[in-house]
Write a protein that binds this ligand. Structure first.
Ligand code: NAD
Ligand code: ZN
Ligand code: ZN
Length: 346
């Protein structure tokens, strides 16, 4: 089969690899129908994720058709159409029993990281019963690709951890696919105002069309001053950090109202100052989280019932075999106006 293979920092190739086979009775082999590229794949290609070794097939998102199942798989059979979760979970260990699948002792985020991933014609999924979801009849498969990672990440790490409530004022810092998915799923709870902050005017325009009440380009205006002005100097009830750099986490600390919640989503590579000298008395909470994908069944229902449409995050389409061009469009997101790309395996 063909697959997108990592060959060390800065090197990747679309090349021939052996088709995966069942290694454990709980495995399933999936023929990929549609997959996508994540910002995390770009981090890997920069060499930021050293556990990823030469020869690894990348990708942790996608939908497909079951090709073969191991003898212990009871919930899926050959021919079933499935959504692949970016988090693999055994369902039996201490962390899984707490619903913290991201820290599964035998799984967690392993796809396209510690084991071969979904940017290929076929993929092996361990613990298939707990790591795959049936695709309901008539569901839009492209929209469902957004449920492998983007939507559960935004909803769990941003909206649920941020405890968004009706009437709240929410700021989302970062209008990438994740920040925009926070914007979409925060609206389940009818906040009164949602302020989006980014440095990319195109993404801020998209945010407006997705329901942001205010947008701030923090390159052109002082984000802190503008947010305090918009909130009568009170600050925001919820601040979601969806970039992953010190400046944006500091912004969240500067604008959080008393009793508010700062929900960090961004992956940080550098330490950030914690301003306890101003926050100690403000009754705030700060949360961090690696996506657990425990909300996938709930999100699946909201998408299938058309209450939310994550397909609006998709801006580009490519054939799977043209994945190198897709990486180019995704890697030059500001110039190409890219959010999510869909790769189809025909
Ligand atoms: N916690 C988790 O489980 C989890 C899962 C997936 C992704 N993530 C992380 O979430 C973050 C967002 O992901 P994404 O795919 O949307 O990334 P992205 O890179 O597409 O989007 C980040 C956005 O931040 C904007 N930005 C950059 N500098 C800024 C600044 N100084 N002020 C305001 N905006 C700025 C960029 O213009 C961009 O639109 C990343 O750090 C990603 O690694 C976390
Ligand atoms: Zn991802
Ligand atoms: Zn487990």
């Amino acid at each position: 089969m063909k697959a997108l293979v990592y060959h060390g920092a800065g090197k990747k190739a679309w090349e021939e690899k052996p088709k995966p086979t069942l290694l454990d009775p709980s495995d399933a082999i999936i023929k990929i129908s549609k997959t996508t590229i994540c910002g995390t794949d770009l981090h890997i290609l920069k060499g930021d994720v050293p556990e990823v070794t030469d020869g690894r097939i990348l990708g942790h998102e996608g939908v497909g058709v079951v090709e073969e199942v191991g003898s212990a798989v009871t919930e899926f059979k050959k021919g079933d159409r499935v959504l692949i979760s970016c988090i693999t979970s055994c369902g039996k260990c201490e962390y899984c029993k707490k619903g913290m699948y991201s820290h599964c002792e035998k799984g967690g985020w392993i796809l396209g990281h510690l084991i071969d991933g979904t940017q290929a014609e076929y993929v092996r999924i361990p613990f298939a019963d707990n790591s795959l979801y049936h695709i309901p009849k008539d569901a839009d498969e492209e929209a469902l690709v957004m449920l492998s990672d983007i939507l559960p990440t935004a909803y769990e790490c941003g909206v649920l951890n941020g405890q968004v409530k009706p009437g709240d004022t929410v700021v989302i810092v970062g209008a990438g696919p994740i920040g925009l998915a926070v914007l979409i799923t925060a609206q389940f709870y009818t906040p009164a105002a949602i302020i989006m902050v980014d440095v990319d005017d195109n993404r801020l325009q998209v945010a407006k069309s997705f329901g942001a009440t205010h947008v701030i380009n923090s390159n052109n205006e002082n984000g802190i001053e503008k947010i305090m002005q918009l909130t009568d100097s009170r600050g925001v009830d919820v601040a979601v950090e969806a970039v992953g750099i010190p400046a944006t986490f500091e912004l969240c600390q500067s604008v959080i109202a008393a009793g508010g919640h700062i929900a960090n989503v961004g992956v940080h590579g550098k330490s950030v100052s914690l301003h306890l000298e101003t926050l100690w008395s403000k009754n705030i909470t700060i949360t961090t989280r690696l996506v657990d994908t425990v909300s996938t069944p709930l999100l699946l229902k909201t998408v299938v019932s058309k209450k939310v449409d994550p397909s609006k995050l998709i801006t580009h389409h490519f054939a799977l075999a043209d994945i190198i061009s897709a990486y180019e469009a995704f890697g030059n997101a500001a110039k190409e106006k890219t959010l999510k790309v869909i790769l189809t395996n025909d």
